[in-house]
Design a protein around this ligand. Structure first.
Ligand SMILES: Nc1ncnc2c1ncn2[C@@H]1O[C@H](COP(=O)(O)OP(=O)(O)OP(=O)(O)O)[C@@H](O)[C@H]1O
Ligand SMILES: [Mg+2]
Length: 229
């Protein structure tokens, strides 16, 4: 399996806050990695670091430059423009000429089942629809690596299922997924590996069945008990 990410004692700092501390981690192509942990534990920071959005303060982060990445943020950002434009613009910004970008955007919207919304103003869509537009925008880039920050956090059960189904389908094509989630059911359904963070540290890093079977370090056990209660 080829390596996608290699982090050696990575530290990330925001002023005096150490958001990530000595994180050592390798992620190989095709893995489906879930990041779990309480609020402020560093999940979003780790995803942003993987995507090259925050610089290391210590240690090193290597990412395979050949593996195209796309990232889905917790609250998708939609421009005040049509759904089609929102998706096409992502492609155009990545170097595609406008007409092919529009055509690929149309295909991507079809892929996520939103073709009929192509002409609507993206800003007025529901949260679930916007998240699917964001998924289409990411998918249109044909990424080998998809980073998702709490992709279904604000979605109703139907939209949640739909986004999960798309994530599973993307993973089936060999795409590497790294996602954060507070939904342990979702973690069980989608992840092949679970990383538990606490106060910026990787406390547990296990294949999904082993993570849920335990035993885990006490902090992770307590977290799991709290989440399942
Ligand atoms: N841009 C920033 N500036 C200052 N501090 C930040 C910034 N981003 C994150 N932090 C801090 O870094 C720590 C980790 O935050 P992060 O957002 O990564 O946590 P999280 O695990 O994603 O939490 P949540 O479950 O609430 O989304 C927190 O203490 C947070 O306050
Ligand atoms: Mg977060």
């Amino acid at each position: 399996m080829s390596l996608i990410f290699n982090l050696q004692s990575l530290g990330v700092q925001f002023g005096r806050i150490r958001a990530l501390k000595a994180c050592t981690l390798r992620i190989a192509a095709g893995e489906r990695v879930a990041l779990v942990g309480s609020n402020g534990s560093g999940k979003s920071t780790l995803l942003r670091a993987l995507h090259g959005l925050v610089p290391p303060a210590a240690g090193s982060l290597w990412a395979d430059a050949q593996a195209r990445q796309a990232m889905l943020f917790q609250r998708p950002y939609m421009l005040r423009a049509s759904v089609l434009h929102n998706v096409a613009l992502g492609l155009w910004l990545n170097g595609a000429p406008w007409q092919p970008a529009r055509e690929q955007a149309r295909q991507a919207l079809e892929r996520v089942g939103l073709a009929e919304l192509a002409g609507r103003n993206a800003r007025v869509l529901s949260g679930g629809q916007q998240q699917r537009v964001a998924l289409a925008r990411a998918w249109a880039l044909r990424p080998q690596v998809l980073l998702l920050d709490e992709p279904t956090a604000s979605l109703d059960p139907t939209a949640k299922r739909e986004v999960e189904r798309l994530m599973a389908e993307f993973a089936d094509t060999g795409m590497t997924l790294v996602f954060s989630s507070h939904n342990l059911g979702q973690v069980k359904r989608l992840a092949s590996r679970v990383i538990y963070l606490e106060q910026g540290q990787l406390i547990a890093d296990l294949p999904t069945p082993a993570f849920f079977k335990g035993p885990l370090p006490a902090a992770a056990e307590n977290f799991l008990k709290g989440e399942l209660a």
